[in-house]
Design a protein around this ligand. Structure first.
Ligand code: AHG
Ligand code: MN
Ligand code: MN
Length: 341
């Protein structure tokens, strides 16, 4: 058997990449890995809810059974609150920022944005779900973190990653020096390096979109879908359509195989559905680090300036050539100035 490198060993080794690092980021990433393992344990038991007690009910032990997304939220908040490196968090499950101000968080330099459970409609049907995280250096000087600490563009992310609870559980992350993937070996309870230096193919053959919303899509997006469905041997079209409904899982497959994930504006979500700070930005950082591209249709996701915690954005993310094709069609058919011309 070849030698195994655990997530813990890998991040300690990589600490040398950061000249002035004193190990804070290393500890923060380790804390996230630990919370991920606890959430993974509960996700694996989700199908037993009928036996152990439905969510929202009292289980056989007399404990209140929490919804899995709230459980995940609490685990990550707990791990980061006692870890001592994080001074505030933002989560999809909390309207306001969660400030951390305790004995161990005094010198904390980082803030963490979190989608604790992504793809929550897939929990009860045994389909892959995930956790997404994004780490920034605080801009405030001391005390608990502030709202402004989170309103930085995605280019300022120090690290970002996701956990996918799938046919196996993986943690994928970047600190701006490439992307590495770790698979959880349940027999030893460790994430082990399984996908070093991940790169997304420049051109893929998969498009992922909720096509049920077709009638509401901008004209440029409709044209892209038709482009994917046309026959053309030179470009291996038609492409395959694959849509799980968990952004993490759809993104992860496309990262490995090549492809593009689209969540455009719709009439139900006129600004797009996905959240800029804890869904779009972390996936965009990972995608770019793997050689791909992430756009809101006309601009680079990472350069958008957030003005609110739970702000939404359209998202087109994946293989570079495919995202560029979408931008080209949106510019031609959907941007107001071009439409008039
Ligand atoms: P969440 O479960 O965190 O609310 O996110 C769900 C998101 C995303 O994961 C997925 O890509 C998208 O919603 C699916 O939306 P539709 O059901 O509208 O396709
Ligand atoms: Mn989500
Ligand atoms: Mn969620």
């Amino acid at each position: 058997m070849g030698s195994v490198k655990t997530l813990g060993e890998f991040i300690v080794e990589k600490q040398a990449d950061f000249q002035f690092s004193k190990g804070e980021l290393t500890r923060l990433l380790n804390d996230i890995g630990i919370a991920a393992k606890i959430v993974n344990r509960e996700v694996n038991k989700a199908g037993l809810a009928g036996i152990l007690g439905e969510t929202g009910s009292i289980n056989v032990h007399g404990d209140h059974v929490k919804k899995l997304d709230l459980f995940a939220n609490e685990q990550f908040i707990a791990a980061l609150s006692v870890g001592g490196e994080c001074c505030a968090m933002v989560s999809e499950e909390n309207e306001e920022i969660i400030t951390i101000d305790n004995a161990v968080s005094k010198g904390a330099k980082y803030v963490v944005a979190l989608d604790p459970l992504d793809g929550s409609s897939n929990i009860d049907v045994n389909v892959s779900i995930g956790t997404i995280f994004s780490i920034y250096r605080r801009t405030s000087l001391s005390g608990p973190g502030t709202l402004e600490d989170f309103l930085q563009p995605g280019t300022e992310q120090v690290a970002a990653g996701y956990v996918i609870y799938g046919s196996s559980t993986m943690l994928v992350y970047t600190t701006g020096k490439g992307v590495n993937g770790f698979t959880l070996d349940p027999s030893i309870g460790e994430f082990c390096l399984s996908h070093p230096n991940m790169k997304i193919p420049k051109q893929g053959k998969i498009y992922s979109i909720n096509e049920g919303n077709y009638v509401h899509f901008p004209e440029g997006v409709k044209k892209f879908i038709k482009y994917c469905q046309e026959e053309d041997t030179a470009t291996s079209r038609p492409f395959s359509s694959r849509y799980i409904g968990s952004a993490v899982a759809d993104f992860h497959r496309n990262l490995i195989l090549g492809g593009v994930f689209l969540y455009p504006t719709t009439s139900a979500s006129p600004k797009g559905k996905l959240r800029l700070i804890y869904e779009c930005n972390p996936l965009a950082f990972i995608c770019e680090q793997a050689g791909g591209k992430a756009s809101n249709g006309s601009k680079r996701i990472l350069e958008l300036a957030p003005s609110a915690l739970h702000q939404r954005s359209p998202l087109f993310i994946g293989s570079k050539d495919m995202v560029e094709k979408i931008e080209e069609l949106i510019a031609k058919y959907s941007l107001p100035s071009k439409a008039k011309a």
